[in-house]
Ligand binder design. Structure first.
Ligand code: URA
Length: 449
């Protein structure tokens, strides 16, 4: 008997060795230049070629400029479903894959495809956590003309988004919520590709967004996900058809990984809520969580996403009742207390939450005034996002440092009636020339008819 086992073991070793040698041969015969040329010429990449690129770029063997060329080729030529599957799973497996099953059978997460003024995660997650849904959330930084949840959270002095896996889990056990950045070794390939895409203007692309989001979701351990798929002028998908296509790809990828994915479509022609810019959005989120000020578009999205998260967590089948539960948690202060607990737990200074006047203000706060009487027809969210970026609220180059206090706060929204001289928006800037230029740009962005 022992003899047979020994022979089996030797056979297995030989088999694995052969496979190993074969794989190595394939890898050695591969070359990033050939892979770039293949995609540039519109040909389909094999699983091995995609893995070669993902592994090589993550380890540093493939240079930034080579990865940039390949990403641009994908942006222009697209990917088949099989290529997208291989890219997503290679990226998901490029680092650790978290196991969150210790938090129960249903671990729910949410992710947005991005938008201007999108502070939804910062509001909805403390609310659902206060309703009993465990929240273990890994978020991203700003991308393109949109802001990122991690940058916004870091506008709270001291708040630490750089947390290791054990601490992250400990926090969720202790208080039921933790929100961190992509700082652990989770989908490190996405982390590099994400930053690169931002600097070569290759963000608004279905395979690149789907692989980026779903690789992170597969690696970060939740098994039920609510996806906020944005569309319109302030989103990467400019129309509902493309948003549905993107959602369909992400749902399929989730299905392959045994994740339950529910997509919610959010129109985004004008910014969500009023504030655009890191500190400014945190202040809006704090006021919302305190129940002081809930802009109606923002409130609608928060309740829609939160009620679905509660349902997926198995804590309430009826969406309307879930929305009521969420509103109660805001009213009785539990949602704000949960947010404060999370901020304190991650070394953030909670005095800023108790008194928003403590936040450092921009040096110049200028008014943008209406030049005519009429109804506001359009406030292009992408253009507002670009003005906020120009003021320093986002990155143009990957090493740029964000200016937390700058941005734009709308005073009027689409469909509002305005008189001549009414204030349309406020510009928050730390540079006088930029402040004046931003005012000038905003005067053109508000379309009044
Ligand atoms: N959010 C992500 O995580 N990735 C994208 O590509 C876009 C939005």
């Amino acid at each position: 008997m022992g003899h047979v086992l020994y022979i089996e073991e030797v056979l297995l070793k030989i088999l694995f060795k052969e496979e190993f040698i074969l794989l190595n041969k394939i890898r050695k015969s591969m070359n990033i230049l050939d892979i770039i040329a293949k995609k540039r010429d519109g040909k389909k990449l094999s699983k091995e070629e995609i893995e070669y690129f993902v592994r090589g770029y993550t380890s540093g063997e493939v240079a930034d400029y080579q990865a940039a060329a390949l990403i641009m080729a994908v942006y222009i030529k697209g990917m088949t479903d099989e290529e997208l599957f291989n890219l997503t799973f290679s990226m998901a497996n490029s680092g650790d894959v978290l196991d969150l099953s210790e938090f129960g059978e249903a671990v729910v997460d949410k992710h947005s495809t991005g938008g201007v003024g999108d502070k939804v995660s910062i509001i909805v997650l403390p609310i659902v956590a206060s309703c009993g849904v465990p929240v273990a959330k890994m978020s991203g930084r700003g991308l393109g003309f949109t802001g990122g949840t991690v940058d916004k959270l870091e506008a709270i002095p001291g708040f630490n988004t750089n947390v290791d896996i054990e601490k992250f889990k400990e926090y969720v056990h202790k208080i039921g919520i933790s929100m961190i950045g992509q700082t652990m070794n989770l989908a490190p390939a996405d982390k590099k590709i994400y930053v690169l895409r931002d600097t070569i203007n290759c963000v608004d692309n279905i395979p690149l967004i789907a692989s980026s989001i779903m690789s992170k979701k597969i690696a970060s351990g939740a098994n039920k996900i609510v996806l906020e798929v944005t569309y319109g002028k302030g989103a990467f998908m400019k129309n509902i058809e493309d948003a549905k296509l993107l959602a369909n790809k992400m749902e399929k990828l989730g299905g392959y990984a045994n994740l339950e994915v529910k997509s919610i479509f959010t129109p985004m022609d004008e910014p969500i809520g009023y504030a655009v810019g890191n500190t400014l959005e945190i202040i809006e989120a704090i006021n919302f969580l305190k129940g002081k000020d809930m802009p109606s578009d923002l409130k609608g999205i928060v309740l829609e996403i939160g009620s679905q998260m509660i349902k997926l967590a198995g804590l309430g089948e009826n969406l309307d009742e879930n929305k009521e539960k969420m509103l109660k948690c805001i009213e009785n202060g539990l949602a704000f207390e949960k947010f404060k607990e999370m901020v304190g737990n991650q070394q953030g200074d909670t005095k800023y939450l108790d008194n928003i006047d403590e936040f450092e203000k921009a040096k110049y706060i200028l008014e943008v005034k209406s030049k005519k009487v009429g109804v506001i027809n359009d406030i292009n969210a992408e253009d507002i996002g670009k003005v906020a970026c120009y003021l320093g609220a986002g990155r143009i180059k990957k090493e740029d440092i964000i200016d937390m206090s700058v941005g734009v706060v709308l005073n009027k929204k689409v469909h509002d009636f305005v008189q001549e001289e009414d204030v349309l928006a406020f510009v928050y800037a730390n540079n006088e020339e930029k402040a004046n230029r931003a005012v000038h740009e905003l005067e053109k962005i508000f379309i009044i008819e």
